[in-house]
Structures are given as structure tokens and as C-alpha cells.
Design a protein around this ligand. Structure first.
Ligand SMILES: [Ca+2]
Length: 153
């Protein structure tokens, strides 16, 4: 048996194995647990909201994980996605009741929410995902966090 015939037999064997899989998983239908493009995103402290270019739909499971990096809500500090702490009701916070300089998010023009280091949430809104620092005055901020964003649909 020459190599090309053997190659064709091997190919036919694998096609035969794959056919039932294709038949039961039509590619034009999103499966319940399909992961959409995990992305690494830099979130800068001196931007009010960082546009992730990720669209979220109702029912999506959104996962955001802090990977690395430090940022500061003023000169000289260094904090991660949990932030500095301080008075949670300070009017310096975009999201009241949450650590100053924590990682926060919002979908479209929706209400901001706490993200922190490990966010898992089934979303109820449609829109673009934005990430940012919990700080109302970003002009004196520095640094960025690297986060991984996954959407399961
Ligand atoms: Ca600041």
C-alpha cells in the first residue's frame, strides 16, 4: 500500500469518526456552553472607562479575571484589582460602597458593578463592556491592570 492510499484511508477513518459529531452539533447554533474569544485586555487607570470592544447579551456568562499589573488613583500608590480600600462612601468613588481604585465594569450605559479579581456573573443586559477604576478623578492616576475576559453563551 503506498503512502497516498494509506493517507486517504486514515482521512476517511477520521471523517467517519467526526460525522456523527457534526450531525449532532450544527455549527450555526450556539451551544449552551460555548466560549467566545477569551481576550487579554489592558485597563488603564487614567481613562474614565476602557472600551473592551466586547458585546454582552442577556444570558451570557461573563468571566473577568485579574491577571497582573498595578495601578494607582493618585501619584505614588500601587494597588491591584481590589483597590486601596478607604471610606467606601467617599464621593471620590464612581461606585459607592466599594473599595476606592477597585476594578469596576459596566455594560453600555448601565449601572456600574464591582469586578475585583475574579468576576463570574450571568448577565441580564445587552451592550458593550467597559472596565475602569473606581475613581471619579482619573487625571492624576497611573498604571494599568491586565485582565482576561471570557464570555460563555
Ligand atoms: Ca485619582
Amino acid at each position: 500500500m503506498n503512502k497516498s492510499v494509506l493517507g486517504m484511508l486514515v482521512a476517511l477513518f477520521f471523517l467517519g469518526c467526526q460525522a456523527p459529531f457534526w450531525a449532532s452539533h450544527p455549527t450555526n447554533v450556539l451551544q449552551a456552553s460555548q466560549k467566545i474569544a477569551p481576550r487579554l485586555i489592558e485597563v488603564y487607570a487614567d481613562q474614565v472607562w476602557n472600551d473592551t470592544n466586547i458585546l454582552v447579551q442577556p444570558g451570557d456568562l461573563l468571566i473577568i479575571r485579574y491577571v497582573s499589573g498595578l495601578w494607582s488613583p493618585w501619584s505614588g500608590g500601587s494597588y491591584d484589582a481590589i483597590g486601596f480600600g478607604g471610606d467606601p462612601n467617599c464621593d471620590c468613588n464612581v461606585l459607592k460602597g466599594v473599595s476606592h481604585a477597585a476594578l469596576i465594569g459596566k455594560v453600555g450605559d448601565g449601572t456600574p458593578f464591582f469586578v475585583g479579581k475574579d468576576f463570574h456573573h450571568r448577565m441580564g443586559e445587552t451592550g458593550r463592556l467597559y472596565l475602569g477604576i473606581n475613581d471619579t478623578r482619573t487625571s492624576d492616576n497611573s498604571g494599568f491592570l491586565l485582565v482576561q475576559v471570557e464570555v460563555w453563551r
